[in-house]
Design a protein around this ligand. Structure first.
Ligand SMILES: Cc1ncc(COP(=O)(O)O)c(C=O)c1O
Length: 399
């Protein structure tokens, strides 16, 4: 099918709740994707961080094929080896907690919010979240998301209340916001959708101390930062500050839909039968894919590679900053990189796309580069060269 025919199908049968580019992607391999007309794109934002290892990583594809021929799904009323083995991997590579599985980041956070309330003493239910955060689109997680643009028309006060929003990286603000009803503090170690804002180590250490002192749970949303992108398996590992609950999704399944909530054993014990569940959560197929993701990261040395390539991208982009005054700041950790502009970034994203480069713009003015962990120097060089041309074209147009 050609792109125009696929678009016609969408116009007729798909709810138009997304702003879509007029491009239909039909195939992907590593750092590349192709559209229905065969145009090749260098994908520096594969799947909004879902394709963390790039498109169709051979180890993930092989594991899915093998598992698909054996067993696709059984309900969580039975035991299944892949879910047990994956949980061991997540636990051993993080803080020794236990796992619950679901199908998305929002659901993982929904689980964390419920567990925080279930675990806490009677009368404690409030959760402090950070301005410019993003935690998902279900009613509870969108209420946890401290960005008013996502609340419009939802009448959240009728259903989901009791999230208190404070500025990110401001320990005093959190201290002031804690009251007798607070049960948890929830944040991203690096805010992704909010514009690649990195939490200071001192701030995270302060939050941990505060949580210990006030008996609050510390919840890290690692949906975007998790699974190696930042150069450590999980974003919190850069600071050494360990959460009580951590949520994962996006890159966990190497491209298949899955989410996970990981909790310290003493907290996890309160998610007793009947309190929470997910029909599809952690089935053998998705767990086999996620095991293959861990295998690829280990056997291909991708954590170290993410750190090395991250430094390289940052240095190349900072060089670009010297040429283009519209680049205000370049920041990031590993392969989670933001370029803050003095203007809206949407035209630049479009110009890049025309030239065969896929990137993203978030928070109006921040270009986001989240390349796959298999990214090579040649990919980076080509991306930077296309970005430079796109920046030049947009600046010229504005003159
Ligand atoms: C930090 C964070 N949390 C939660 C979510 C929601 O994940 P999902 O879209 O899988 O529900 C996202 C999605 O972008 C995210 O970046």
């Amino acid at each position: 099918m050609k792109t125009k025919d696929i678009i016609k199908l969408f116009d007729k049968y798909v709810i138009p709740n997304y702003t879509r580019y007029p491009v239909a992607i039909v195939r992907g391999k590593g750092a590349y994707a192709w559209d229905a007309e065969g145009k090749k794109y260098l994908d520096m934002f594969p799947g909004w961080a879902v394709d963390g290892l790039g498109h169709c990583h051979p180890k993930v594809v092989k594991a899915i094929r093998k598992q698909a021929g054996k067993l696709l799904h059984v309900p969580n009323t039975f035991y299944m080896e892949p879910q047990g083995r994956l949980s061991e991997l997540i636990s051993k590579h993080s803080f020794g907690g236990q796992c619950f599985y679901c199908n998305s980041g929002a659901e993982a956070n929904e689980g964390a919010i419920k567990l925080a309330r279930l675990h806490s003493a009677k009368g404690k239910y409030k959760i402090i979240t950070m301005k410019n955060s993003f935690h998902g689109r279900t009613l509870a997680t969108v209420a946890a998301t401290a960005q008013p643009k996502y609340h419009k028309g939802l009448k959240l006060d009728r259903l989901v209340k009791d999230f208190t929003y404070v500025p990110y990286n401001d320990l005093m603000a959190v201290q002031k916001a804690v009251d007798a009803k607070t049960c948890a503090i929830m944040l991203e170690p690096i805010q992704g959708e909010g514009g690649i804002n990195i939490a200071d180590t001192a701030y995270l250490k302060g939050l941990r101390k505060l949580c210990n002192r006030k008996k609050l749970l510390l919840i890290f949303d690692e949906v975007q930062t998790g699974m190696g992108r930042t150069g450590q398996y999980f974003g919190y590992q850069h600071s050494g500050v360990v959460p009580d609950i951590m949520t994962l999704a996006k890159a966990l399944g190497g491209g298949v839909a899955m989410g996970a909530m990981v909790a310290k054993k003493e907290v996890a014990k309160d998610l007793v039968p009947g309190t929470h569940a997910s029909t599809f959560g952690g089935n053998p197929l998705v767990c086999a894919a996620a095991i293959a993701v861990f295998d690829a990261i280990e056997s291909e040395g991708l954590l170290k590679h993410a750190r090395t390539m991250g430094e390289y991208i940052l240095s190349r982009l900072r060089d670009l900053q010297e040429t283009f005054s519209i680049i205000k700041e370049v920041r990031g950790k590993g392969l989670m990189i933001g370029i803050e502009l003095t203007m809206s970034g949407n035209d630049i994203v479009n110009e890049c796309m025309k030239r065969g480069l896929l990137i993203n713009c978030t928070h109006e003015t921040v270009l986001r580069f989240m390349p796959p962990m298999v990214v090579k120097k040649t990919h980076v060089d080509r991306s930077v060269s296309i970005l430079a041309k796109a920046l030049y074209a947009v600046v010229e147009k504005q003159r």
